[in-house]
Design a protein around this ligand. Structure first.
Ligand code: GDD
Ligand code: MN
Length: 393
């Protein structure tokens, strides 16, 4: 049991606040906030009404606000029978998801519940999420809008409903195994056992923190509890079109997390690069150029095409440590070094095996592909060496 303690911790120094989180309850409720001053008082009030009598708890706000949300929390926390902490971040790294991971790192309880601050997630459901996990032995309990008894009443407008539905479908299609048993992977309301969260593997990117946890931490057993997504209590949604793009980037990052998946994606992109390459080759040879110089020129079409796709889709999160001109240079160098290797191969196929130019080129492209993937990953998109020390600093 926790000794009831009131008042928010020191603001602005996450480490200090996290360290002084004494005697956590059975559940740590993590609430990301970005300018939610109109909601936090009511939220704490409703949490007080429904949680501590059924379940010892502590509440951690991870705040990126530019308004007075931290002060409002601190003042409202005085009436709370459970510990309330505010971790205010000066730099909102990773957005909503980054905030939640920050909170998870500071949490000491067996259970973690993540919920929004705007009362779209009913606080009364917090004990039920944990109880359901305890009853069923699940590691993750998702509050779902899409099981019987749940609904998305508060999701404003047909446009948002359509986007939400499309996103859910796409996500489930991309991760059929990891998301088995989760009907609402877009939900921002869930309970997870602290023991299954390996915070250091998480690389959250924006809103979809449940998806991040489900895919990277692979909780074995999942359960769902229906809930009615309410109207926002006060203020406005912080979700924007930019957040939508971030979500797509997040999906690609998750889908290409393993080296094997990355190589497959690299290969698929490379395959699409055959199109500009072969079209160029066809046009140039049809125009009377000898096939060997034509190979060199046509290769550049493929290089540009591949570079653009790889930059945007595959190594989006690993671009930062090198200037783009540096990356273009290295990429083009590698792709053409690859050509250097390929030209004698093609000449061999054409000259000795009497293959036609196009199939010979295709075969040689395939053969040099694996080599090029390994070299590109290592030499162009090498993970930043600095980032770890930066993080601990
Ligand atoms: N710390 C922090 N940093 N908090 C943030 C940030 C940020 O950059 N952006 C948003 N938040 C907080 C908000 O203050 C709020 O408490 C919560 O995250 C959700 O933000 P909303 O802006 O209310 O999101 P929404 O209602 O559009 O989306 C919610 O519902 C979706 C399902 O339709 C979220 O729960 C989504 O995760 C969920 O997919
Ligand atoms: Mn909301």
């Amino acid at each position: 049991m926790t000794t009831p303690r009131t008042g928010a911790e020191e603001l602005g120094d996450p480490e200090l606040s996290a360290a002084s989180l004494a005697e956590p309850g059975a559940v740590t409720v993590i609430i990301p906030t970005f300018n939610e001053s109109g909601n936090v008082r009511e939220l704490l009030h409703r949490l007080t009404e429904s949680v501590p009598s059924r379940l010892p708890c502590e509440v951690v706000f991870v705040d990126d606000s530019t308004d007075d949300t931290p002060e409002v929390i601190r003042s409202a926390a005085q009436d709370c029978p459970f510990p309330v902490t505010v971790l205010h971040r000066e730099t909102p790294t990773g957005g909503l998801g980054g905030a939640v991971v920050e909170g998870i790192k500071s949490a000491g309880s067996d259970w973690i519940v993540v919920m929004d601050a705007d009362l779209q997630h009913p606080p009364a459901l917090v004990p039920e999420l944990v109880a359901s996990g305890e009853r069923s032995g699940a590691d993750l309990v998702v509050a779902s809008r899409y099981v019987r008894g749940g609904s998305r009443e508060g999701l404003a407008g047909g446009y948002r409903i359509a986007v939400s539905r499309g996103a859910t479908w796409l996500t489930k299609a991309l991760f059929p195994r990891r998301l088995r048993g989760i009907s609402d992977p877009m939900s921002g309301f869930f309970a997870i056992r602290r023991s299954v969260v390996t915070a250091d593997v998480l690389k959250p990117l924006g809103y979809k923190i449940l998806l991040e946890l489900a895919v990277r931490c692979r909780p074995e057993r999942v359960a769902e509890v229906p809930f009615v997504f309410q109207e926002r209590f006060a203020g406005e949604s912080k979700s924007t079109a930019k957040e939508g793009m971030r979500f797509l980037g997040h999906l690609v990052a998750l889908r290409t997390a393993s080296p094997a998946a990355r190589m497959l994606a690299f290969g698929l992109i490379g395959l699409t690069g055959f199109v500009p390459n072969l079209i160029g080759l066809h046009l140039l040879t049809a125009g009377g150029m000898h096939y060997l110089p034509a190979e060199i020129v046509a290769n550049q079409f493929g290089v540009v095409w591949n570079f653009l796709l790889i930059e945007v889709l595959l190594f989006r999160d690993r671009r930062g440590h090198r200037h783009w001109a540096d990356r273009v240079g290295r990429f083009a160098l590698l792709a053409n070094a690859d050509l250097l290797l390929r030209i004698p191969l093609i000449a061999l196929f054409v000259g000795w095996l009497e293959m036609a130019v196009l199939p010979a080129t295709t075969l040689a492209l395939l053969m040099t592909f694996v080599l090029r993937f390994a070299a590109t990953e290592a030499l162009v998109y090498l993970p930043r060496q600095r980032s770890r020390s930066e993080r601990t600093a």
